[in-house]
Design a binder for this molecule. Structure first.
Ligand SMILES: NC(=O)c1ccc[n+]([C@@H]2O[C@H](COP(=O)([O-])OP(=O)(O)OC[C@H]3O[C@@H](n4cnc5c(N)ncnc54)[C@H](OP(=O)(O)O)[C@@H]3O)[C@@H](O)[C@H]2O)c1
Length: 353
């Protein structure tokens, strides 16, 4: 089968022929219909894990082909979306990929493969940050009906930011303040944001304080982490007891005052991987993901959850290189770049059976 290897400096992709992988006991083998790109897919070979050239894809939707020996809840032919463990073989930029069952969910009939492939990796990361690290009450908790103090989402139109907003919509907050730019129309459509701050206006701290209107804020999500963002948040969060969820474990956050907790969020913890640098293992995230993915399918069926906006690039796996370059150059606003594997010009005829 065809598999895309991501290389760095310069960023480029090579399509190679590899055997179809075998699922482990607690995994499924998925015939990939759509796969999606995430910023880490170019960052990993470039500077996160330099020198390692593998298929970097982590998100997909497709049809189950084979189930592992311990798997009892999925079967061949099931329509699913799934996240593949980061930085491991058999990634999702391929005709077939593997996923552990704790990050795989059945697609209800009301969602397309296109939309579904935008969900697993980004939504799960957002959920880990929101519920597991910031300790926002989960919707099943009696605490979730209590009105929470204001929430700030820095980078509301990013995938992580927008999925966090969808989760926040299920809770109750005094205010939801979002920092964004040209992606505003999309997140405005959620109908839950009380205040917008435009990061391009250079008055972010002033505007955040104005939006808070004197209320103390204990929870912030920083999906941008460009230095300015957590610097700005540090200036407006409550001086004691506040938490910021961040998603780049290797960054230096030492400029954030010690009185603010930095909640480092790393998708890999749902697959038992330790957080880079701080080397923390959150065993509870493995089962959290298992339960969360089952709920996600149900929430989609009920209309409470949906995918991120997306653009399908034209040449299937051959377009992954273009997509990663667009992400690297910061040319992607409020959408995911996705690929239909069957659009790849060089696929073997049997893929299309
Ligand atoms: N730790 C993990 O496991 C993990 C998992 C997933 C992602 N991440 C990381 O999390 C970050 C977000 O990923 P993503 O996929 O959500 O990104 P993304 O969707 O590609 O983010 C693009 C968005 O960033 C917004 N943006 C750019 N500069 C901004 C600024 N200064 N202030 C506010 N918004 C700004 C843009 O908003 P406008 O269009 O409104 O201008 C754009 O819509 C990345 O650094 C990624 O590597 C980490």
């Amino acid at each position: 089968m065809k598999s895309v290897i991501v290389k760095a400096r310069p960023l480029r992709c090579e399509i190679i022929d590899v055997p179809i992988p075998e699922p482990g006991p607690d995994e499924v083998l998925i015939k990939v219909i759509y796969c999606a790109s995430n910023p880490r897919d170019w960052k990993a070979p470039d500077h996160l894990v330099p020198g390692v050239e593998i298929n970097q894809g982590n998100e997909m939707s497709g049809v189950i082909e084979i189930v592992g020996s311990n798997v009892y809840e999925f079967r061949k032919g099931d329509r699913v979306a799934a996240a593949h463990p980061m930085q491991t073989e058999n990634g999702t930029y391929a005709e077939y990929s593997t996923a552990p069952v704790n990050t795989c969910f059945l697609l209800p009939p009301n969602i397309s493969f296109e939309e579904a492939c935008t969900i697993p990796f980004a939504l799960c990361t957002a959920a880990i940050g929101f519920y597991q690290r910031l300790k926002i009450p989960f919707p099943t908790s009696p605490e979730s009906s209590r009105v929470q103090t204001p929430l700030i989402i820095y980078g509301g139109s990013s995938s992580i930011g927008a999925f966090t907003l969808k989760l926040a919509k299920m809770g109750r907050f005094e205010k939801i303040i979002v920092v964004c730019g040209s992606g505003r129309p999309y997140i405005e459509s959620f109908g839950v944001i009380t205040d917008f701050v435009d990061y391009r206006d250079c008055n972010v701290v002033h505007d955040l304080k104005a939006a808070l209107g004197g209320k103390r804020c204990f929870h912030a999500v920083d999906a941008i982490m460009d230095g300015n963002s957590f610097g700005h948040l540090s200036e407006v969060l409550a001086p004691e007891g506040a938490r910021i969820a961040v998603y780049l474990p290797r960054l230096d956050y030492s400029c954030i005052p010690a009185s603010i907790s930095v909640a480092i969020t790393f998708f890999g913890t749902v697959h038992g991987q330790a957080t880079p640098i701080s080397n923390e293992v959150f065993e509870e995230d493995v089962d959290f993901a298992y339960a969360f993915f089952r709920l996600v399918g149900r929430w989609i069926a009920e209309g409470k959850m949906s995918g991120h906006p997306y653009e399908v690039l034209p040449r299937g796996l051959l377009s992954v290189e273009d997509g990663l370059r667009m992400l690297k150059e910061g040319k992607v606003s409020a959408k995911k770049l996705i690929y239909r594997v069957a659009d790849t010009p060089t696929l073997e005829p049997e893929y299309f059976f």
